[in-house]
Write a protein that binds this ligand. Structure first.
Ligand code: PLP
Length: 397
């Protein structure tokens, strides 16, 4: 066997994802891309804001100079950390300094560097389900175990009682994501404050501080004026991880950050650990071009009103098809219920017959639901309406 058994196992388990991806390509070849309604990928389709192109032109002027793209401090360019600290200070409502954060290869690189820095073998990462599927792999990359706790059906509120009773001596951190992929849920200040109380009590009991990690690449995308509460003011052992994949549409450029709560007593030590982990995982540092673009484009954003219109269009299409869902408060996903409580993979297959691509909820640790990403044109959303209606009619028998 050329692969290690763990990767071999992952490949076997994720074969349906590959199958769906391949089927998508086949469908597009057969029917034409405009007749395939692909809601399977959370890949932002909007153009980056103009500041990115302007920044790139300025960068090109310096590209001939020595060290233009050379090694740098592993934590990132000092001026980029300074700018990021200003942004995070505003978002979190507390003074964050450049020394409190590390520039990483996206949010994904940030979570991996953090896990590498804090997990002992067998440590548990507690996480509300449904959750971003990669979390499980990230925990296992660093000898941890992801322990998922189902959120309350349809509203996807945190099940605080269940989370509290899932905490064990091995719980090293709780990983939340708000606005949430795949549900679009934004956790309220009250929910988060109650979670913070639970973690404080549990930390006192186990004698080891439990970290609260907030993965928030969709913070910029909250609808109807909903606030995305800051976690630094409510829990001192907290860490914010984010990226510019979605708000600047720079997903391929791999820039993000890990920001450690300045109120954390061991904060400086944790930052030192994350910087080292970032280096020895082979990331070394976040990409030079991405960081320099960031310095130019911070404060600009893709046009979020486009997503708001698409959300309304998708809600209309699903409502007309008789599909039950809770309106996403943020991000660009719907996570509706399978009609008649049926099997999610079977319904997703049914949708595929209608050239509609979606992802079964089982892929997010939450069967009985499915995810639709609306990073697609409004015409694709509206064009899928008859297919949704037919698939539901079949499911209802
Ligand atoms: N966390 C969540 C919830 C995501 O949805 C994604 C990407 O879709 C990531 C992390 C990874 O983000 P990045 O591409 O910035 O590493």
């Amino acid at each position: 066997m050329i692969l290690c058994s763990q990767i071999e196992g992952y490949l076997a388990k994720s074969s349906w994802i590959r199958r769906m991806f391949e089927t998508g390509i086949e469908l597009k070849k057969k029917y034409g891309a405009e007749n395939v309604y692909d809601f399977s990928l959370g890949n932002p389709d909007l153009a980056p804001p103009a500041a990115v192109a302007e920044g790139l032109r300025e960068l090109a002027e310096d590209a001939g100079k020595p060290f233009a793209f050379g090694y740098m401090p592993n934590a990132g360019y000092p001026q980029v950390r300074e700018r990021l600290a200003e942004v995070v200070s505003v978002e979190q409502g507390v003074a964050v300094s450049a020394e409190d954060l590390v520039v990483t290869c996206g949010a994904a690189g940030g979570i991996n560097a953090l896990f590498r820095a804090v997990l002992e073998p067998g440590d548990e990462v507690l996480c509300p389900a449904p959750y971003f599927v990669e979390y499980g792999f990230y925990a296992e990359n660093h000898r941890g175990v992801l322990k998922a706790v189902p959120s309350k059906p349809l509203t996807f509120e945190l099940d605080l009682k269940a989370l509290a009773s899932a905490i064990s001596d091995r719980t090293r951190c709780v990983l939340i994501n708000s606005p949430n992929n795949p549900t679009g849920r934004i956790y309220s200040l009250e929910e988060l404050s109650q979670l913070a109380d639970i973690l404080r009590q549990a930390s006192a009991r186990t004698g080891r501080p439990i970290l609260l990690i907030s993965d928030e690449p969709y913070r910029f995308l909250a609808y109807d004026g909903t606030e995305v509460p800051a976690i630094f003011p409510i829990y001192e052992h907290s860490v914010v991880i984010s990226s510019f994949s979605k708000n600047l549409a720079l997903a391929g450029e791999r820039v993000g950050y890990v920001a450690v709560n300045p109120a954390m007593p061991e904060g400086a030590h944790l930052v030192a650990g994350v910087i080292l982990a970032n280096r020895i995982l082979g990331f070394v540092n976040a990409p030079a071009v991405g960081q320099k673009l960031l310095a130019k484009a911070l404060g600009h954003e893709v046009d979020a009103s486009v997503y708001a219109r698409r959300r309304d269009a998708m809600a209309e299409v699903l409502r007309e098809a008789g599909i039950e869902f809770s309106m996403p408060q943020g991000a660009f996903y719907f996570f509706p219920r399978i009609p008649k409580g049926g099997d999610d993979a079977a319904f997703v297959n049914e949708l595929m017959q209608e050239q509609i691509l979606a992802v079964p909820g089982s892929g997010f640790g939450y069967p009985g639901f499915f995810r639709l990403a609306f990073c697609v044109d409004e015409s694709t959303i509206r064009g899928a309406a008859p297919g949704f209606a037919r698939a539901v009619a079949k499911a209802l028998g």
